[in-house]
Design a protein around this ligand. Structure first.
Ligand code: TRP
Length: 329
């Protein structure tokens, strides 16, 4: 049993890409490992420091995680800010993180360009906080998307540096968790490569049936194939890719044949796709609603999660303090 940790920033609602790209795999992974799933609300403060939205966002993401099948009896589910040990480790690891390397991080450079009015120190040290999330449980594996790979690499660097500096073999070099062939990448409805939360190119897990139909009907296509084997455009390829995730093999086959023989009608294709997406999303949406309204349950889940996470974190912090020479009289 390996320790696996996954974090998600609490900004915005989850979409179909999050479901097929992560959540669905987590549901399986949780039974095969010692899993920690947490909601990174401290991280959200680097970009969205809005007291009116912070908690509602955590509330949404938590309900969505649980509705997708993350089982708080099997895995440890908690909120980052319920584990202040993370903040202590972050402070200590900051003493071994160099401003130069932090300034060179791709995500920081991007924020400097895009968030010019608020280039705060939290953004600069974002990778140190993320490393603290991971190392507080000495996690061996972390499922990350492309955009987080550099952060995980930095986590390994910080762990190695700590071990070398103090002459210990304490922190592991956390590796990416690999879903292999089961990893499904869901593209956007706008012809782009990736379904995202901000681009408005995606289907949210809370979208109503009619909203899903509308969004799918508006998806980018082209004027249709004119000759057998004419090249597939991005928008159409995306529709087939999403279909592969949500529809039956027979359905996919049927439309692929229609495409190949130039008889395809994109309207029919989209109608079918919308219904098949609804089949996946509707039950999740209904569970999200139930769970979101059950404050008692959410309180119980997060308290229990915080307690379990604290057990692991307290052990690490006692050892880290000892290693660094922080002692009581
Ligand atoms: N930075 C991650 C993201 O934006 C979220 C995150 C925070 C995380 N801490 C983490 C992911 C620790 C994995 C492990 O997606």
């Amino acid at each position: 049993m390996e320790t696996v940790l996954s974090g998600i920033r609490s900004t915005g609602n989850l979409h179909l890409g999050n479901y097929f790209g992560a959540l669905k795999n987590y549901v399986k992974m949780q039974h095969e490992n010692r899993c920690f799933f947490f909601i990174a609300d401290y991280h959200s403060l680097t970009t969205h420091p809005d007291p009116a939205l912070l908690h509602p966002n955590v509330h949404n993401v938590l309900a969505e995680y649980l509705a997708a099948g993350i089982d708080p009896e099997v895995a440890t589910v908690y909120i980052q800010s319920d584990l202040p040990q993370v903040a202590e480790l972050y402070l200590l690891l900051n003493m071994h993180a160099y401003t130069g390397e932090l300034e060179r991080t791709a995500s920081f450079k991007e924020k400097v360009r895009k968030q010019t009015e608020n280039v705060n120190a939290g953004l600069l040290t974002y990778p140190v906080l993320m490393a603290s999330d991971i190392l507080i449980h000495r996690a061996a594996k972390v499922p990350v998307g492309k955009d987080q790979e550099q952060h995980l690499e930095m986590t390994r660097k910080f762990a190695r540096r700590f071990n070398n500096f103090y002459g210990v073999e304490y922190f592991p070099e956390s590796e990416p968790y690999n879903f292999g062939n089961e990893l499904v990448k869901i593209p956007g409805l706008d012809g782009s490569g990736k379904m995202g939360k901000s681009e408005g190119n995606g289907i949210l897990l809370i979208d109503e049936d009619d909203v899903i139909r509308k969004k799918v009907m508006k998806a980018v296509t082209d004027s249709g194939p004119t000759a057998p084997n004419s090249p597939v455009t991005d928008g159409v390829r995306n529709i087939f890719t999403i279909m592969q995730a949500v529809s039956t093999p027979d359905t996919l086959q049927y439309f692929k044949e229609k495409y190949a023989s130039c008889e395809i009608r994109y309207g029919d294709l989209k109608k079918q796709l919308a219904e098949d997406i609804i089949r996946v999303v509707a039950p999740i949406r209904s569970r999200i609603r139930d769970i979101r309204n059950n404050k008692e349950y959410l309180r119980k889940v997060t308290c229990q999660g915080a307690e379990r996470a604290a057990e692991s974190a307290d052990k690490t912090m006692a050892e880290v303090r000892e290693i660094m020479g922080i002692r009581r009289f």
